[in-house]
Design a binder for this molecule. Structure first.
Ligand SMILES: Nc1ncnc2c1ncn2[C@@H]1O[C@H](COP(=O)(O)OP(=O)(O)OP(=O)(O)O)[C@@H](O)[C@H]1O
Length: 685
């Protein structure tokens, strides 16, 4: 016979002051105790005292029975009355536990209200309304063993309910603390994966191993598999696969992993009552392993698509719970991000390497002449160092080609190669061009500009025509080379630059030094290693090798069958002085490829001119002519004339800009400036 409790006589046992200090202490204990059990240990004795009961126990439902989580009371706690003692906690068993009034507990839970019978009162917990995603406490009851002078029934039940709410709160606080701890661990692990990905040795296998190790530790399980989905092959490829060398490959609809892939929902399987047929035992067989419990969650990519399944197997102490699902989901989120980031990084690296290879192949250093072979070898040797290199040689001999060769042979090949033509820059612009400028630092500085040194960061800066640099420019360049940092014009912050500098000139630098036109200290800074390119006319049959190379190049560009060179053409080329060096040869072959159509190139087709402008082996070529039809504006007609005149002068000097400038009675840098003004290509950069 049980009774629901209804408010009865007011108690004079619990004074308001006593009740107030009890509840205040209860609240304090919730916030400072490290979880539900410590809370119970500290608060149950207070409850026994304030309610003046013989004993109090907190029982919760577990695996079909009731387990005493904690109790407090006097030694007169009653004898055992139930056969369910196997569900009592260790602590109760050790101290000869009293039996619980199980029928009364069941009745209190059924009614959802406190019930009383003889010396017992049971107060059931009323589950707080929580979000669906929050784990809910198991049914819990407060069992009170009453004494003769215990508090009133209503006092007991009311205080019991408040006590149970605090127990639930202590549980929630504990779960939140555990969750924060879990998330901290996950974030730490994720940060570590990202750091490791930056290592040059990082690959997908080592990342997956690292993720698996983290998961094994955080989930306290025996094994972890990360299955990546081969959608086209309808397969799941699992790694790491302990005990076998090859990756584990299963059909994408097999077992619980297949269920997760199909539904996108996490799944738990804990053996026991769970359906045995859901487990793919063939995997166990292939790995000589016994799965007893598992949890699996989807790996979702950044665009929301499922890219695989993350599975943890055999919890080392208990079965897997919803809390493990949350943890594995968090890990899966970061794991999917790390896997995708690594794949994207590998794709980018591969395409960058392809581009670098293409760029390197597009400017090969062609030639078998001993001088060229020696330069190629020295270039390769010097590429392994950060030494400054000076390349000397006449115009068009291939100084930039050699500089590129060094760059692409070096570890800097994946970073920029930036070429600056120092002769094309007047002193006022040189500083801003090389070092950049801050917005507003001078009249035309409408925006901040990054200089060539910064642009070349990590790579190579090629300073062409360095002999033409103004004295002021030379002083500034020397300072940067010594300090390895630049300050933008108008700025004050030094910016460190990691740049390999290669300089080139066609000027006799020793003579310029003697004439005080080039700084000796800068010369020694730049001239750590020097390579001297011979004129093309001195390279013998390399002329033919280069001609073949350019014919291949241009014919491929225009989709033309590569013609052969007649003996007369070869002889003409071998005897031509090539004042414009390789550039002149290249221009000649380009013209031939575009303007002739036969299978064999004759000497006359080459239209090689002697130094006095007479055509060799053929008629003289027409100089660039201008068509002023339809142009009324005097300014435009003048512009067209200037363009035409500059082009024909450069053509007459076979591309030698210094000579062309001299012929036009201009300084070389003024010629470049004029060409820029006229919208002509200057070939710099
Ligand atoms: N050894 C070579 N193999 C292949 N191409 C070459 C070689 N040398 C020069 N060239 C080609 O000749 C042209 C001129 O070369 P490059 O610009 O390197 O000469 P440069 O000495 O730097 O000229 P400048 O003194 O005018 O700056 C380029 O088109 C280049 O590709």
């Amino acid at each position: 016979m049980t009774h629901s409790i209804s408010p009865s006589r007011p108690s004079d046992l619990v004074s308001p002051v006593e009740a107030y200090s009890f509840f205040r202490k209860l609240t304090e204990t919730v916030t400072c105790s490290q979880g539900r059990l410590p809370f119970l240990k500290r608060s149950l004795p207070d409850l026994v005292r304030v309610l003046n009961v013989g004993g109090a126990a907190l029982v919760s439902q577990r695996q079909g029975g009731w387990k005493v989580e904690s109790w407090a009371g006097t030694p007169q706690w009653p004898e055992a009355q139930s056969s369910h003692s196997s569900h009592y906690s260790q602590r109760v068993e050790k101290s000869t536990p009293p039996a619980m009034p199980l029928d009364l507990i069941a009745s209190a839970v059924d009614r959802g209200a406190a019930v009383m019978h003889h010396s017992w009162m049971v107060v059931p917990s009323i589950a707080p309304s929580t979000e669906a995603s929050q784990p809910v406490d198991r049914p819990t009851c407060l069992v009170l063993y009453l004494a003769n002078d215990s508090a009133s029934r209503s006092e007991l039940s009311r205080t019991g309910e408040i006590f149970l709410r605090h127990v639930a709160l202590a549980g929630q606080c504990q779960r939140q603390r555990e969750r924060v701890h879990q998330l901290t661990q996950v974030l730490r692990a994720s940060a570590q994966w990202q750091r490791n990905q930056l290592l040059p040795t990082s690959d997908e296998d080592s990342l997956l191993n690292e993720i698996a190790e983290t998961a094994i530790k955080l989930l306290s399980c025996q094994r972890v598999s990360i299955f990546l989905w081969d959608k086209r092959g309808k397969k799941l490829v699992g790694k790491p696969s302990v005990g076998i060398e090859d990756p584990l490959v299963i059909s994408d609809d097999a077992g619980i992993v297949g269920e997760v892939l199909a539904t996108g929902e996490p799944k738990i399987w804990n053996g026991g009552d769970d359906d045995e047929s859901r487990v793919n035992r063939s995997v166990d067989q292939s790995l000589d392993f016994q799965t007893t419990s598992l949890v699996a969650v989807p790996l979702i990519g950044q665009r929301g698509e499922t890219i695989g399944v993350f599975e943890a197997i055999n919890h080392q102490e208990n079965s897997f719970t919803e809390s493990h699902v949350s943890l594995l989901n968090d890990l899966a989120l970061h794991a999917a991000g790390a896997i995708e980031a690594l794949r994207a990084q590998k794709r980018l690296t591969a395409s960058r390497d392809r581009l670098v290879r293409d760029a390197a192949n597009s400017s090969p250093l062609v030639g078998e002449h001993p001088d060229i072979v020696a330069i190629r070898q020295s270039g390769t040797r010097v590429a392994g160092t950060d030494l400054t290199v000076m390349i000397l040689g006449s115009n068009g001999t291939g100084k930039e080609v050699v500089a590129r060769h060094i760059h692409y042979e070096s570890d800097r090949r994946g970073e920029p190669f930036v070429a600056v033509n120092c002769a094309a820059l007047v002193e006022s612009l040189l500083e801003s061009e090389l070092f950049g400028h801050e917005k507003g630092s001078f009249t035309d500085a409408n925006s901040t500009r990054v200089g060539k040194f910064e642009l070349a960061s990590g790579g190579t800066l090629f300073l062409d025509e360095v002999g033409d640099m103004s004295p002021g420019g030379q002083a500034k360049l020397l300072r940067v080379l010594e300090q390895r940092e630049v300050v933008r014009v108008g700025g004050s912050v030094p910016i460190p630059v990691d740049v390999r500098v290669i300089a080139a000139t066609n000027q006799p630098l020793e003579q310029l030094i003697a004439e005080k036109r080039f700084r000796e200290d800068l010369f020694f800074r730049l001239n750590v290693v020097s390579l001297v390119l011979p004129d093309l006319a001195k390279r013998g049959t390399d002329i033919l090798l280069l001609a073949e190379h350019f014919m291949q190049h241009f014919c491929y560009e225009i989709g033309r069958q590569v013609p052969t060179l007649a003996e007369s053409a070869k002889a003409a080329m071998l005897s031509h002085p090539w004042p414009g060096n390789v550039r002149e040869l290249r221009n000649t072959i380009e013209r031939v490829c575009y303007l002739t159509s036969g299978d064999v190139i004759q000497a006359a087709d080459l239209e090689l001119r002697s130094m006095d402008g007479q055509a060799l082996g053929g008629e003289s070529s027409e100089l660039a002519s201008i068509n002023l039809n339809g142009i009324d504006s005097l300014a435009e007609a003048t512009r067209q004339f200037q363009i035409s005149h500059i082009l024909s002068s450069i053509d007459r000097c076979s591309g030698n800009m210094t000579e062309a400038a001299e012929r036009m009675e201009l300084h070389r840098s003024n010629l470049y400036r004029k060409m820029k003004q006229l919208g002509m290509k200057t070939g710099e950069g």
